[in-house]
Write a protein that binds this ligand. Structure first.
Ligand SMILES: NC(=O)C1=CN([C@@H]2O[C@H](COP(=O)(O)OP(=O)(O)OC[C@H]3O[C@@H](n4cnc5c(N)ncnc54)[C@H](O)[C@@H]3O)[C@@H](O)[C@H]2O)C=CC1
Ligand SMILES: O=C(O)CCC(=O)C(=O)O
Length: 450
């Protein structure tokens, strides 16, 4: 065990090798900065070259998806599965269908996923996959045909104990159903190879809600830690998909005033706060509408403002729940100037590096997605165990377990995120999440040798 990398060497190696993969390098740097002292203090981590190995995906699968659409035309898309690390369990993480999907985006997501999954305490490795296919505006039949073609390639690389994909942006219950059907037909096996399945065929109660609900359970844990509560706070939410809508609904149930939702075309501003009935309508209808927020404005559920993000609205708490790098330095400044005291990420890496720095310097509560949005994958882990036992647990028990998992992730972040001798009791949730996750993953890797 001779080789002992230092951080300079690892940074240079990664920057040189992957210089055009900006999102991947951003995610890696964010973690490495926090774990330097932990790594340097542990001879095993150095001897096993853990940091360099933790940054590199174990396997990347690339395939071309050639398929015939419902009009008989041939379309060609790119597909990937990044199997990042399996030291803690089967590769686990979602699939994203979006024209912006590329290898850098999937590598950042797969890397983040390993750390997130480590925080849940469940036996799951990390991976992520997807395609540059754009499902927006496509017919249901085209979506089915694409999902089937995508799975014809992916199926040979996954399995209930190997790699278990799930949903992410533009991959929800409908897509998971089509993907699962094709896997089952090709393999003649009914097994828990995907999570987020329908309740009729091995799905779990609470999986759909889990990421958004979990985010608010984490927020509640933060509030308790500060002897405060969600009730009475004004909350700005971005996004209008699965995570955003369920986070907004749970926040409203807890007494928060949720004043916004958004998408890439604009913002729904609701000055008096969204009603739970409006959110339930959006949850039932968003999957098959072109612009659910404009439709909500048409129904007098709020005011539609084109080409605007929510971050200029005065709020106490911001929950970015749309996509990576959606919250920029200037947005962070606006939030701080307007008195925002907490930012919890529902999306993966929604805050740019510069925005994060502003939040950390201002010492407001800033929680990275790998901790605060881990509820979704945690429930996926519970779906896997239900599948393995061929049973289905009830919704209340699963919701209670989700709550307990989010509280325990919060506690792990607090334990590792407090600095000795800091009398302000400031908790650096980012450092806490990175260190707690790194320790578990690194220990699993050391124990299993090279
Ligand atoms: N679905 C899940 O269980 C989990 C999702 N996440 C993350 O949460 C985020 C949202 O995912 P979902 O809600 O599942 O996807 P979704 O497809 O249901 O919704 C995505 C939403 O983001 C909006 N959006 C996309 N690009 C945007 C942009 N550039 N600017 C503003 N809005 C934009 C879309 O209009 C849509 O409303 C992603 O970062 C995803 O990786 C994280 C953990 C689990
Ligand atoms: O449920 C899962 O396996 C993955 C969820 C996901 O993609 C994520 O946590 O970003």
């Amino acid at each position: 065990m001779a080789q002992k990398s230092n951080f300079e060497e690892i940074y240079t190696f990664l920057n040189d090798k992957f210089s055009n993969e900006t999102e991947y390098l951003q995610a890696v740097h964010e973690v490495l900065e926090d774990i330097v002292p932990i790594y340097n203090a542990n001879e095993d981590y150095k001897a096993f070259d853990i940091v360099r190995r933790i940054c590199m995906p174990e396997r990347i699968i690339y395939f071309t998806v050639s398929w015939m659409n419902s009009e008989g035309n041939i379309e060609v898309n790119q597909g990937w599965r990044v199997q990042h690390n399996s030291a803690m369990g089967p590769y686990k993480g979602g699939l994203r269908f979006h024209p912006t999907v590329n290898l850098s985006v999937l590598k950042f997501l797969a890397f983040e996923q390993c750390f997130k999954n480590a925080l849940t305490g469940l036996p799951m490795g990390g991976g992520k996959g997807g395609s540059d296919f754009n499902p927006k505006g496509r017919s249901d039949r085209d979506i089915m045909l694409f999902c089937q073609a995508f799975m014809r390639e992916l199926q040979r690389h996954i399995g209930a104990n190997t790699d278990v994909p799930a949903g992410d942006i533009n991959v929800g219950a409908r897509e998971i159903g089509y993907l699962y059907g094709e896997y089952r037909r090709l393999n003649n096996r009914f097994e828990g190879v995907l999570t987020g399945k329908g309740l009729e065929f091995g799905g779990s109660y609470v999986r759909t809600e889990a990421t958004g609900f979990g985010l608010v359970y984490f927020l509640e844990a933060v509030c308790k830690q500060r002897n405060s509560q969600i009730e009475g706070n004004t909350i700005a939410v971005s996004g209008a998909g699965n995570v955003a809508l369920h986070a907004a609904l749970k926040a409203v149930e807890k007494g928060g005033k949720v004043i916004s939702l958004s998408n890439s075309r604009g913002l729904l501003h609701v000055e008096e706060g969204l009603k739970d009935t409006a959110l339930k309508w959006a949850i039932d209808n968003h999957a098959n509408r072109d612009n659910i927020l404009a439709d909500m404005a048409d129904k007098n559920m709020g005011k539609w403002i084109a080409d605007k993000k929510p971050w200029h609205l005065p709020c106490d708490i911001a929950l970015p729940c749309a996509t990576q790098n959606e919250l920029l330095k200037e947005d962070a400044k606006l939030l701080l100037d307007n008195g925002c005291i907490m930012v919890l990420e529902g999306a993966n890496m929604p805050c740019t590096n510069e925005a994060q720095t502003l939040f950390l310097d201002a010492k407001i509560v800033y929680v990275p997605g790998k901790a605060s949005n881990a509820g979704g994958v945690a429930l996926s882990g519970l779906e896997m165990s239900q599948n393995a036992m061929f049973n289905q647990r009830n919704a209340d028990a699963l919701d209670d377990q989700l709550y307990a998992i989010m509280e325990s992730i919060h506690q792990r972040c607090v334990t590792e995120g407090q600095s000795a001798g800091d009398e302000s009791n400031y908790i650096d949730y980012m450092k806490g999440a990175n260190i707690a996750a790194f320790r578990r993953l690194a220990d699993a890797m050391v124990a299993q040798g090279v």
